[in-house]
Design a protein around this ligand. Structure first.
Ligand SMILES: *Cc1c(COP(=O)(O)O)cnc(C)c1O
Length: 377
């Protein structure tokens, strides 16, 4: 086995390149002792607002909190229905349940793995109040259709941008917007392995709406609009100053990180182009893809066998996600039937994600792709 030390995500390699600035940023926060709500948090908030071209960024504790806080800000009541995709990470649905709202799952699109907009419109009932499209694996859901449906049925849209920060979405009139700045609220996560990751937990909300901006800022801070006046029940969810300082070092690199991921994805795509049993990622014309994950669909292949084969060669591979949400014990309901989710069911059985990060070099990519090809010989 060659000494490549291939990882799904190489946080150490990325850190090594920016170590000097990161270390300095961390120590200057310690030196200032402004650990909570320090100037670094405010500076990061403003820099991210500029990057995303959005009116308000509200930093918070993590991406799951961000989703919960977004739903809290919409003033929904118990039993209101919130529609989301069945093929995603559980955080999205968890917070719907926590707030006593009713999750409604819809199937995903066969090509992009993002929410299927026909299924979405069919799932709308008089109780539906919000839609949470997830920009899965790094490319935007069909936001043009989602926004049209939302407008027609008077629904809120919360974009879960945990996997797609930095992606651009182009509307058919030529308008270009950053993922997370299209719906009423966008949410993201700065979990270390996300495309813009800090060195612990972190998250943020985005909005262009003045009212929502104010409300989100209050909810993250115990429902305080004025110090020690609690107008509503909020939460305590903060991005700490050390994490903000690290993110300030990393944000200027985000576009080059996205480019590095795209370059690796292109290498993979070219290498696998003539393997019949592999479907490489399909890129939606209206969205750029920032490749949070590089996910293949396998046809007629024993996936476990491939994972094992790669493992023996020192190549990690992961399955995101092996179980559809409607089958998870926490969320099963009699009305969620397997036959309503044919694409999700198929994807859970057939997808596999290969190493994807900013530090993959041609030597590693060559080794990984040749190993995969060897399996299919
Ligand atoms: C990572 C992730 C989250 C949760 O983020 P945390 O910061 O870990 O709470 C939510 N939604 C999606 C789609 C994610 O990938």
């Amino acid at each position: 086995m060659p000494e490549y030390n291939i990882q799904m995500v190489d946080l150490k390699g990325q850190y090594t390149k920016i170590k000097e600035q990161v270390d300095k940023a961390i120590f200057s926060v310690i030196d200032s002792t402004a650990f909570i709500k320090g100037p670094e948090v405010k500076a990061f908030k403003e820099e991210l607002e500029n990057y995303l071209k959005v009116k308000y960024v509200i930093p918070c504790g993590n991406g799951t909190d961000a989703l919960q806080i977004a739903l809290m800000a919409l003033g929904l009541k118990s039993g209101d229905e919130v529609i989301t995709a069945n093929f995603t990470f559980a955080a999205t649905v968890e917070v719907i349940g926590l707030l006593n709202l009713t999750p409604v799952f819809v199937d995903v699109d066969k090509a992009t793995f993002n929410i299927n907009v026909e299924a979405l419109e069919k799932a709308i009932t008089p109780k539906t109040k919000a839609i949470i499209p997830v920009h899965l694996f790094g490319q935007c859901a069909n936001m043009e259709a989602v926004m049209n449906i939302a407008k027609k049925h008077h629904l809120f849209v919360i974009e879960d941008t945990a996997q797609a920060i930095g992606a651009d979405y182009t509307f058919s009139n030529g308008d270009i917007k950053k993922a997370g700045t299209i719906g009423d609220i966008g949410t993201t996560s700065f979990f270390p392995s996300k495309n813009l990751g800090c060195y612990g937990d972190g998250g943020a909300l985005f909005t262009n709406d003045d009212e929502l901006g104010k409300r989100l800022e209050a909810i993250v801070n115990h429902g305080m609009y004025q110090r020690y006046y609690h107008d509503e029940i909020g939460v305590n969810s903060r991005l700490d100053s050390i994490q903000a300082a690290i993110l300030r070092v990393k944000l200027p690199h985000l576009d080059s990180y996205s480019a590095a991921r795209k370059k690796a994805a292109t290498y993979y795509n070219n290498a696998f182009a003539d393997i019949d049993q592999i479907e490489t990622p399909v890129i939606d014309q209206q969205s750029t893809h920032v490749f949070h994950q590089y996910t293949l669909k396998l046809n007629g292949v024993d996936r476990d066998e491939l994972v094992l084969f790669l493992q023996e060669k020192g190549i990690p591979a992961m399955v995101y996600y092996p179980v559809p949400l409607h089958q998870q014990k926490a969320y099963v309901r009699p009305e969620f039937k397997d036959e309503n989710y044919p694409i999700t069911m198929e994807l859970c059985k057939s997808v596999i994600s290969l190493p994807m990060h900013t530090e993959l070099d041609d030597e590693q990519l060559k080794y990984i792709t040749e190993s995969v090809k060897e399996f299919f010989k």
